[in-house]
Structure formats: C-alpha cells, structure tokens
Design a protein around this ligand. Structure first.
Ligand code: PEP
Ligand code: MN
Length: 344
C-alpha cells in the first residue's frame, strides 16, 4: 500500500509515518513529487490492514491506498512520474533516445578501441561490452574477466562514453562497479535474487534484462528486489523471449515496451540484437522499438562480425551501425524524441 501525504505536510510528519511503519515491521520508501510525498509500504510482516486503519490517523496523512499490483515500488501507482536515470549526464527515460552500442564480448584492445570510436562517431552515447560472459554452453568464449574490464575502461577514457557491462555473480559487484557506470544483469540472471539484492545495495545504475521466459509481472517482481534494497536507478531491457519460433534466436516482444510504460515509471530500452539473433533483423526491430516508445536501444557492434568470438551472427559492422543510426533518427523524431548526443 501507499501512504499519500497531504500537500502541506513536512519532514516531521513523514518521519513519524516511517517510524510507525518500522515499528510494525515494514519499510517505508519515499517518492517525493512536486506537490506531495508518497510513502510506499513494503515488507512481509503481518497486520497490514490494522496498520492501515491507524496510519490514516497520523498528522499529515491524506490517504492510505492499497497498491493493486504485486510489484509495488516499480508501479505507476507508487510513482506516477517517470524515473530518469542519469549516467554521467546521459539521461535515460527523460524523453531522449539513448543508444548503447559495442561488442558482445571484449576480445582485444584493438577491437575494443576501434569499436568504441566507431559507435561514438555514429552517435551512440553509451559503450557496451562484455567481460564476464554468461553462456548457454561452457565451451563458448566466457570473456576476458578483469582484463576485459580494463580494456573497456580504457575505451571509456578515450571516448568519454559511459560504460555498461554485465556482472554475473554477487561477489563481483564491487569489482565491476570500479570500472562500469551501469551494472547489467543478464537474462539468465533475472531471477538470481542474491545478485539482485547485491546490486540493489550498490550506488550504480542497474540495467535489468528480461528473463528468457519471464512474464512481465515476473520481470517487475525481479526489479522489486533491486528497488527495495534502496537502489532506484533502474532501467529495464526487453531482449526477446523464448517461444516456439526457431527462425529467430528469440521472439522480440515489442508490446512489452508500451506495457512497461503503462505499468511502471522505469525506463525501458530494447535489445534487438539478442531479441532476434540475426544481423538482418536488427535494424527493422530497432525501428519498431523506437516507434513503440523505447527509451533507448542496445546494439551489438563488431569490426568484423564474421570473426567475432561471440554473437557475430547478430552483430552489425561499423557501416551497418552508422546506417542504423541514420534510419532511426526520423522514426525517433516522429514519436517526439531525438537521439541523445546527436544533432537533430
Ligand atoms: C549480452 O548483452 O551480451 C547478453 C549476454 O545478453 P542477454 O543476457 O540478454 O543474453
Ligand atoms: Mn551478446
């Protein structure tokens, strides 16, 4: 449920409500709007309905309203205004289209540097790249580990692009945070609750990919783990789900984009590289995602996709990526967005 404070209420009244919640075994999460503060009540203690009756009696409380959805802090009921995640000045969810691009996996210094420069020149505003790679098969390339993080950090330094990279295990959150500006949680880890708790305690923005077979509700419940630990800087990423179709690697669920926008205040971006697994479908699905209102795109780019150690079949070369950027610009403009970092 949420406690809606009256417009004139101040810090003292808010503190009193939070204290009462804690006494009853719950936690209060504040959403501070322009006019009034809303306090989200989360926790599994008994006696929620009794608490509701007494909370309305406290000074400064206007109303106490149940949240109809099982996810709470991610819901629009708790926070009607969009969350904007600020990554070193790049604002995700603030109305612009933010493009994150780079290799699936970092392979060499030359590959990381040339790709970072190419995606920047084409108008990307965030660099992506994997150092710790989750793989379906243990025999695939599993990434360069910390060496890869160092190469990515060099590429960030040279281009000035903020960096996103995946963290695979709770024990690596501190290390990856030393290098990365955004912590990516991959599809296979969407329900790794220990990892979600850990990134929830970090002060870095988190990008949470949709699980391979996760419903939208399961995805939003996963995000609650991060939010309820206190980290409110979260971006969602639709990256395709498992269906009976085999022509594509996954089935890109474009409808998830407007669905998330109506259910949640969190930004949502699209990853048509993993969503389709096919180079030829990345651009059309990017266009569709932008038209559907995505706050950003994540695109895999490689200097020579046919030689890539991972995900070459879905990676664009530099020219194809630059072409993609040119093609999305008018679609973005048609839905009232411009591309962050690019002259429009
Ligand atoms: C990736 O971004 O390279 C990746 C492994 O993504 P996903 O978790 O969506 O498969
Ligand atoms: Mn990949």
């Amino acid at each position: 449920m949420i406690v809606v404070m009256s417009t004139g209420s101040g810090e003292k009244e808010i503190k009193e409500v939070v204290k009462r919640l804690e006494q009853a075994g719950f936690k209060g999460h504040l959403s501070t709007g322009v006019e009034r503060t809303v306090i989200g009540v989360v926790g599994a203690a008994p006696g929620l309905s009794d608490l509701r009756e007494t909370l309305v009696l406290l000074p400064g409380v206007d109303d106490v309203v149940p949240i109809s959805k099982p996810y709470k802090l991610s819901s629009r009921e708790f926070q009607p205004v969009n969350t904007v995640v600020n990554v070193n000045g790049v604002r995700i969810g603030g109305g612009q289209l933010v493009v994150m691009a780079g290799p699936c996996a970092v392979e060499t210094e030359e590959q990381a540097m040339s790709t970072a420069h190419a995606v920047k020149a084409a108008g990307a505003s965030i660099l992506r790249g994997g150092a710790y790679k989750p793989s379906t098969s243990p025999y695939q390339f599993r990434g360069l580990g910390e060496e890869g993080l160092k190469l990515l950090a060099m590429a960030r330094q040279e281009t000035g692009l903020p960096l996103i990279t995946e963290v695979l295990s709770p024990g690596d959150v501190d290390l990856v945070s030393q290098y990365s500006d955004i912590l990516q949680i991959g599809t296979r880890n969407m329900q790794n609750f220990v990892l979600l708790d850990e990134v929830g305690k970090s002060n870095k923005p988190v990008l949470l990919k949709r699980g391979l077979s996760a419903t939208i509700q399961e995805w939003l419940l996963a995000v609650e783990y991060v939010l309820s630990q206190g980290n409110r800087q979260v971006i969602l990423c639709e990256r395709g789900i498992r269906t009976f179709e085999t022509h594509t690697r996954n089935t890109m669920d474009i409808s998830a984009i407007p669905a998330i926008h109506s259910l949640s205040h969190l930004p949502v971006i699209a990853d048509p590289s993993h969503g389709t697994g096919r180079q030829d479908l990345v651009t059309p699905m990017s266009l569709a995602s932008v038209a559907a209102g995505a706050d950003g795109l994540m695109i895999e780019v490689h200097p020579t996709p046919h030689l890539a150690l991972k995900d070459g079949a879905q990676s664009l070369d530099f020219e194809q990526f630059s072409e993609l950027m040119n093609r999305i610009a008018p679609v973005a403009a048609a839905v009232g967005r411009n591309i962050a970092g690019r002259e429009s």
